[in-house]
Write a protein that binds this ligand. Structure first.
Ligand SMILES: [Fe+2]
Ligand SMILES: [Fe+2]
Length: 166
């Protein structure tokens, strides 16, 4: 089995986008179904962001200084997605903001995935050798084992947000 880092990440992107389509297909009032799909989206994104943040991004930044700006922008996009994921993880599907928040998360992540796949992963493929991409992928598979499945401190974040908005 190939452990090519970019192949692995694109495969995860596919699973994430499939879950997004499942959310959009769930009916307007199908709260239980939506809740289940959003749980899956939260898990997929938490794991995916973790392996990119912990393995792919720092390693690429170190090996290919010319993509540093792309990596920094991507960290910020992950941050926005993290905040939305944390907020969503504290919400119930019948909350009036649940669907709106999920929709904004989907729009943000799709834009981010597009930038990764179309703009800077090709530069990474060109800049790193096959062997380096395989090693990077193997390290990501290892990191995936210890990746968190849910955002770590949604309770603490919710308190901060409540304090700021009350
Ligand atoms: Fe990413
Ligand atoms: Fe990604």
């Amino acid at each position: 089995m190939s452990t090519d880092a970019i192949v692995l990440l694109k495969d995860e992107h596919k699973q994430i986008k499939k879950a997004f389509r499942d959310f959009e297909k769930a009916g307007e009032k199908a709260h239980a179904a939506k809740g289940k799909v959003v749980d899956r989206i939260i898990e997929l994104l938490t794991v995916h962001t973790y392996i990119e943040n912990e393995v792919m991004y720092p390693r690429v930044r170190e090996l290919l200084p010319e993509v540093e700006d792309d990596v920094l922008e991507s960290y910020e996009e992950h941050h926005v997605a993290d905040v939305l994921v944390m907020e969503l993880s504290t919400m119930k599907p019948d909350d009036e903001r649940f669907t709106a928040k999920t929709t904004v998360l989907i729009e943000n992540v799709e834009h981010h995935i597009e930038e990764e796949e179309d703009e800077w992963f090709p530069k990474v493929r060109e800049g790193l050798g096959r062997k380096q991409l395989q090693e990077l992928g193997a390290a990501m598979i290892e990191a995936r084992e210890k990746a968190p499945r849910r955002p770590s401190q949604p309770g603490a974040l919710k308190k901060t947000i409540d304090a700021l908005t009350s």
